[in-house]
Design a protein around this ligand. Sequence first.
Ligand SMILES: Cc1ncc(COP(=O)(O)O)c(C=O)c1O
Length: 341
Amino acid sequence: MMEVRSFYEQREFPKEEREGKSLSLLSYIGNTPLIQIHQLARSRTGVQIFAKAEWLNPGGSVKDRAGLKIIEDGEKSGQLTNEKIILDSTSGNTGIAYAMIGAIKGYQVILVVPENISEERKKALEAYGVELIFTDPILGSDGALLEAQRIYQEDPTRYFFANQYNNPSNWKAHYETTGVEIIYQTHGRVTHFVAGVGTGGTLMGIGRRLKEFNPEIKLFGVQPDSGFHGIEGLKHMATAIRPGIYDESILDGTLFVKTEEAFEMAGRLAREEGLWVGPSSGAALWASLKLAESIEHGLIVTVFPDGGSRYPEFCSDCEKRKKRLSLKYPRTEVSLPTTSI
Ligand SMILES: Cc1ncc(COP(=O)(O)O)c(C=O)c1O
């Protein structure tokens, strides 16, 4: 096990901060609070549960971290220059992160999204000045991903393809920031880490950092229990295109959560802990509590990716919600992406 302080000193701070220039909104990405879950975890006396409050990032989600690193690494490598357009597929939080960062840095952003994303999401993205290209809702987020790849391949000189599903900068953002913060904020006492899997960036980045700090720390992924689900931001790997950055071999296990359980837990987090968070946070806590039941002692850390205000339709009808998010061509008609940047 390494000394805690030395890990914190390795944390990457935004460029302006390192260079002592005036701080922009980008400097406030990361360094989120670690909040203890009291009421909902009280039955497990030997186990403590904490959550990273990622909705407090300036763009409102955990995705600010990956968005910033993807864009700044693109700048450093020379692949992202002033005349290029940032292009990616995303149905939500990553798009808002690119949009915010693009507005601050002066880049044009084009996002490919399934047409059925919520009106609120569309409005938020358009408010930042992003151009949206809609894909068939039946093809889901995989359809948007394949279309973004097609657009990029048609004219690679025009775009910076951010490619969050395959871009290592995504998980490295968490390796360099979130993982280090967790070690520091728990004084190195973290024993288990639990995170929902979308691109896998959060879980891979934090997981690698924690294992490097102390190989005894156990890592658990959280996935919806089926491909037909309503937990926005999470992927059911067995029925979706597998992100290139997702490597299951570093995990100690995966916990599968039903849409109804995720929403029920998100509702309870608001009412019993005062934390109004989204359904993927509910899924993360549900899985953390399951894990807590199976251990005698430990300090579990999880991540709450975004806030409840992003989900105005709070699953009063979960079946309708699942249909909206999960319609897809049969698995055999989707091929694995081959492009990486
Ligand atoms: C709401 C929400 N939860 C969880 C995740 C999963 O994060 P990651 O892509 O790092 O696996 C995302 C990703 O977009 C998200 O938007």
